[in-house]
Design a protein around this ligand. Structure first.
Ligand SMILES: O=C(O)CCC(=O)C(=O)O
Length: 288
């Protein structure tokens, strides 16, 4: 807790009481502010933005090799995709996607979109196999019962590990649909846009944007990694604090650790037994 614990009114609680584990101001994470501004302008206007060519060939090969080996059988329903393989809880199974989760270009945008202390809500590998149908269009934060139109409560990245093409399942977005109110759903009159981009790029979109995996009418699979992030006061889709062993929480970067729940949304949301959750990782492992 802070050096000055006097609380005279609710306004005093608005400051961070996280003491030694207080989050530092991240600036633009080393990214040129003009680039962040430009990404943000596109994102605000269209609801989505493509961040091109962020990963090199060697890294893509490493991700592809490890991810494909970890994937299992296809999905259990048409939303997961009967011809789509998904790997959940990816951080507990491999380190190769870490750099995607805390990529500076992504975090610089999230820092401007979401409140400090935002969380990782979902991390999946998604491999859309040939013959898969288009996924039902949906907004990712539609399951939070907060009326629209409104600010997005979450944002998602979908990283192209293979090239995303017109016909291999590139994520389809409905530009401008992030501004729609409750009750409006996409019709044939609404333009849809496949996120065509070279491998190593990612599309970042707001949680309010209608989108879905595309149909794969090509002869080869479309491999992707998706990381989703949400406001720090919301429940995450995957309960990472339950699913991530403590040795994994110690192994990831401080940013990812914070996004897994080892952080505080000021003044004390996310605390454990009255203390900052990072303290769980200090000292020798606790006895069972
Ligand atoms: O794989 C994609 O391109 C999109 C997947 C998606 O939106 C989802 O599964 O919720």
């Amino acid at each position: 807790m802070s050096d000055n614990p006097e609380v005279r009114g609710l306004a005093d609680l608005a400051t961070d009481l996280a003491g030694t584990h207080r989050a530092a101001d991240a600036g633009d994470r080393g990214v040129d502010p003009a680039v962040v501004e430009s990404d943000l302008r596109t994102l605000t206007r269209d609801g989505h933005v493509i961040l091109p060519d962020l990963l090199g060939a060697a890294e893509l090969e490493r991700i592809r090799g490890e991810a494909l080996a970890l994937l299992g059988p296809p999905g259990r329903n048409s939303f997961e995709g009967h011809r789509t393989q998904r790997l959940y809880s990816t951080l507990t199974k491999t380190r190769v996607t870490d750099r995607l989760v805390d990529h500076p270009r992504v975090l610089a945008l999230l820092d401007r979109l979401l409140l400090p202390g935002y969380l990782l809500s979902q991390l999946q590998v998604i491999n859309i196999l040939p013959g898969e149908n288009a996924q039902l269009l949906h907004p990712d934060d539609g399951f939070y019962p907060v009326p629209r139109p409104r600010r997005a409560l979450s944002a998602a990245t979908i990283w192209a590990i293979d090239h995303f093409t017109e016909d291999n399942g590139a994520t389809v977005v409905v530009p401008g649909s992030h501004r729609w109110g409750d009750g409006r759903v996409p019709t044939d009159a609404d333009p849809r846009c496949p996120s065509v981009m070279p491998a190593g790029s990612c599309v970042l979109f707001l949680g309010t944007l209608w989108h879905g995996g595309g149909a794969n009418d090509s002869g080869s699979a479309r491999l992707a990694v998706t990381a989703q992030y949400c406001e720090p006061w919301l429940r995450t889709q995957e309960a990472f604090t339950l699913s991530t062993p403590r040795d994994v929480a110690r192994a990831v970067s401080p940013e990812i650790r914070r996004m897994l729940g080892y952080g505080i949304y000021p003044p004390f949301i996310g605390m454990v037994d009255g203390m900052h959750p990072e303290r769980l990782l200090e000292g020798p492992p606790a006895l069972p």
